[in-house]
Design a protein around this ligand. Structure first.
Ligand code: SF4
Length: 497
């Protein structure tokens, strides 16, 4: 018997090798933080959308081991259909091994309506049509008449006013005509899928645009395992399509790139040349000196941590808005004295006012502030100034005085091969200080990157006191290392200049 689900079907339509690898090489599946965040947001939004049409029944059921009990879900669906329930969430169907669960199945006098809930703010993804066409196909094979198919996405312009209004938060888009066009291809695709899945032989499929569309493929590492490292796919800030073009021309390694004689911008050329030959550290003293001359003591090294809730929690905020919840600030005086300030909001309330007030207490007007990739800090401060007009003059003054410590690296004034073509502080720091345990993010406890901080902060409010104190300590230490790292990077620039 051939078993397939809508996830496998969508995977198959992205690339036939994906469901094959999931079945035969599951250990090669690598989920990055971004994909995991998308899954988490999807679950959160899916639960919320269940109430979109008023009363509903949900069929989700689990076995003792925590896995989904599909048989029970299908049995409950049959029961609720027979009872004529109006809204069935996670309605589950199976037609000869083709399984699908519908986010919301609505019963109307004219037939059934499928509502597929997405955590995205755009309904216009081809994959949504593919996904719902499979659902309609399975439901119709099970004898249901489906007369409407809709995508439920999030309206990015929705502003939370204290009471979540599902009808304004969600946006419903009728995609029935697109599904009608697509559905004729489902049967044929399933036949092909059956052939691929029943073979023990890995499909012979080369890299293509599909490896990045609609989502970066979790098997990319596996499928590029035989390429030299670094390869064209490591080139600095080059669009995936351009890298793919080189690859398809047979240009794989950095040597191939040079041999090909193709034009590289200065940064990429340096990346390639330094990777091929360890030339130590490239230093443009003049450029670095010019950058340092724009700075004045005392120097305020600032870094924000933010959360980005898909469902807004604070009045006046929108879905996916970046909310600053924490900052670290190192202050370096001309005599070398270093002091530290920090702020961590309380996750049960909107932390922005307290953060903005502390920020203007900690950073006087007209001082030199340094951020790493300053656009992020500048945008957050500008947003705070708009929400709190009484603090705006001081906040905007801070924003105007922010200099970017990323500039000398992005401008190509300092480079060594250990940076591997990346100028993020997480790449630059170990490239400058390779063996310093004090500067190693891996040596931190609990929180090692921004994604972990973002995930931990909202959970603080539900933790017992002791656990919370420990988690807060981890958050503070992580953010502190970010600005201490900036101080160390600054010291290195000063040393080499
Ligand atoms: S990396 Fe590309 S070729 Fe490999 S499975 Fe994914 S989409 Fe297919």
């Amino acid at each position: 018997m051939f078993y397939f689900s809508k996830t496998k079907y969508c995977d198959f339509k992205q690339c036939p090798k994906i469901p094959w690898l999931k079945k035969y090489r599951p250990e090669e599946y690598v989920v990055d933080a971004e994909t995991q965040a998308r899954f988490t947001a999807g679950n959160e939004v899916g639960d919320l959308a269940m109430g979109l049409f008023g009363d509903f029944v949900e069929v989700t059921a689990y076995r003792a081991d925590g896995s989904l009990d599909l048989n029970r879900m299908k049995m409950l669906t049959r029961k609720y259909l027979a009872e004529g329930r109006e809204n069935i969430c996670e309605a589950s169907f199976d037609y000869q091994g083709l399984y699908c669960a519908v986010d919301i199945l609505r019963r109307t006098p004219h037939g059934y309506e499928i509502y597929e809930v997405k955590s995205s703010t755009s309904p216009e993804h081809r994959v949504y049509v593919v996904d719902t066409s499979y659902q309609k196909y399975v439901l119709e094979k099970c004898g249901l008449k489906v007369n409407k198919v809709c995508i439920v996405t999030i309206d990015p312009s929705y502003v939370y006013d204290g009471v979540l209004d599902l009808h304004r938060f969600f946006k419903i888009t009728d995609i029935t005509p697109l599904v009608e066009e697509e559905i004729g291809t489902v049967g044929e695709s399933l036949k092909e899928a059956q052939k691929v899945m029943s073979s023990k032989e890995e499909p012979d499929i080369d890299l293509s645009e599909s490896c990045n569309e609609p989502y970066p493929c979790a098997f990319f590492g596996y499928c590029t395992r035989n390429l030299p490292s670094p390869s064209v796919f490591h080139l600095y800030r080059l669009a995936y399509g351009k890298k793919l073009e080189l690859y398809l021309k047979g240009i794989y390694s950095f040597e191939d790139i040079l041999k090909d004689g193709g034009r590289l911008n200065e940064m990429r050329r340096r990346q390639v040349e330094y990777a091929l030959e360890d030339k130590g550290t490239y230093i443009d003293k003049k450029g670095i000196r010019e950058f340092l001359q724009t700075l004045t003591f005392p120097l305020y090294f600032l870094d924000f941590e933010t959360v980005q809730p898909v469902i807004p929690r604070y009045v006046g905020t929108k879905p996916y808005q970046q909310i600053p919840v924490q900052y670290s600030l190192h202050i370096l005086r001309e005599d070398g004295t270093l002091s530290h300030r920090e702020f961590l909001g309380r996750s049960e309330e909107d932390p922005r006012r307290a953060l903005a007030e502390r920020l203007i207490e900690d950073i006087p007007k007209d001082v030199c502030v340094l951020a790493y990739n300053k656009a992020f800090e500048c945008t957050r401060i500008k947003e705070l100034s708009e929400v709190f007009p009484d603090l705006s003059e001081h906040l905007l003054n801070i924003k105007e005085n922010i200099k970017d410590l990323l500039d000398p690296f992005q401008s190509g004034y300092y480079y060594n091969r250990a940076m591997g073509g990346s100028f993020s502080i997480k790449s630059v720091l170990p490239a400058i200080y390779p063996d310093d345990p004090e500067l190693n993010y891996h040596n931190l406890e609990g929180v090692h990157n921004g994604s972990e901080a973002m995930e931990l902060f909202p959970r603080l409010k539900d933790m017992p006191q002791e656990e919370r104190a420990e988690a807060e300590h981890h958050l503070l230490k992580y953010c502190e290392l970010d600005t201490f790292a900036m101080v160390k990077v600054y010291e290195e620039l000063k040393r080499v200049s």
